[in-house]
Design a protein around this ligand. Sequence first.
Ligand SMILES: Nc1ncnc2c1ncn2[C@@H]1O[C@H](COP(=O)(O)OP(=O)(O)O)[C@@H](O)[C@H]1O
Ligand SMILES: [Mg+2]
Length: 431
Amino acid sequence: MDFEIEAFERGAVAVLSDRVSTVLPTIVVADPRRSAGPVCARIHRYPADTMDMYGVTGTNGKTSTALLLAAGLAASGEVVATMTGIGLQGPLTSVPTARTTPEAATVQRTLGRFRDEGATAVALEVSSHAVSEHRVDGVRFAAVGFTNLRPDHLDYHGSMDEYFAAKAELFAADRTAVAAVGIDDVHGRRLARLVDVPCWTWSAADPRADVVGENIECTDADTSMTVRTPLGSLHIRLPLLGPHQASNALTALAVALAAGKDLESVAAGFERVRSVPGRLERIDVGQSFLALVDYMHNTEGQRSLLPFVRSLVTGQVIVVVGATGERDPGKRFPLGATAAALADVVIVSDESPLSEDADVIRRAVAEGARAARSAVVMVEPDRRAALALAVHTARPGDVVVVAGRGCDTEQVYGPEFDDRVVLRELWSDIV
Ligand SMILES: Nc1ncnc2c1ncn2[C@@H]1O[C@H](COP(=O)(O)OP(=O)(O)O)[C@@H](O)[C@H]1O
Ligand SMILES: [Mg+2]
């Protein structure tokens, strides 16, 4: 057992494991991960049973959707807490996190804290890893929402079918009371047919869905649409950028309505969301070009966002791109290739190589970018220098998109680095 001595020294009194500890009394179980959720739920006096739990899953848009949903629930009178890839946010808690869904013990301890702080509802981002690793076992949801499903994380799940199965598990009757599913992708349509709890569908295209987004208009300042629902229609304006945020809002709305919330209140809550940090976040420091920081970590995100970004400007699209270490190596070449297919200038840089060799990752991304044979490709390993190169390349009417780390400030192999802070600093260096 790897950490038993450290755990003992830090006050642990027992171990839950599939092996007997030599140091501490052990509760031996066949699958410790499967037991951890329910055991920790009990230790913290079943916090999830005292609040309404809302889960959001899918390949892209989980964090944005969970935060929109939280705002909608708050406007409906709930005291809301959130557990997302951005952080743990409770009535009195605010902790940045690096991970989409924490381990079961942290999930339950945090829920206990949220309950003690007076939360009545929790919006939880649930990754497919979290479902497979039983991190939210022991949590029964009031409602779960599904954004979309694209080939990502296949290094971990093996195949699209397994990935689908991991996500679908959350929609079973023993896990949730109701569901909301996006039917704009083939997996969502399949999921909507399988779900055996009351299920609201949403779509930005198909008028047969329960919640439909119509006349979606996206500018460089906001996104607006008319939502048509069984409870009436309404015009919503989101201060978030991109058609994908309309989809995320539709997911959040369908979840809230499926759970019985009031349309007007939820929509009013959405409009109060100022931004989702690092998700097409505008950096405005008086520069003559548009600058956006985004957490674009797969080709699907690039394909959804870059054409929209191009539509905002008359000039060039300059993208800083990289790939994070310790993730699917098969993603690197396509990330470079897709960026180059959709942008005019691609600057390949390092992005949290973690324990991996940064050269190897960077080379794969750059090879992809060059293979596309459409954009100017530059390579600048140092992230600050890469951002500076982008800023110096940009002319009035261009757009710089720093894709990858979003609002992530965790480091990796050097000091703390926040794309948004560095972009601002670089501009003040110039003027
Ligand atoms: N509905 C969507 N469809 C496609 N891409 C999206 C969508 N929502 C977000 N994205 C992309 O994924 C990135 C991460 O968004 P986020 O809301 O944090 O989702 P997640 O938590 O699933 O990673 C965004 O910065 C954007 O590039
Ligand atoms: Mg996330």
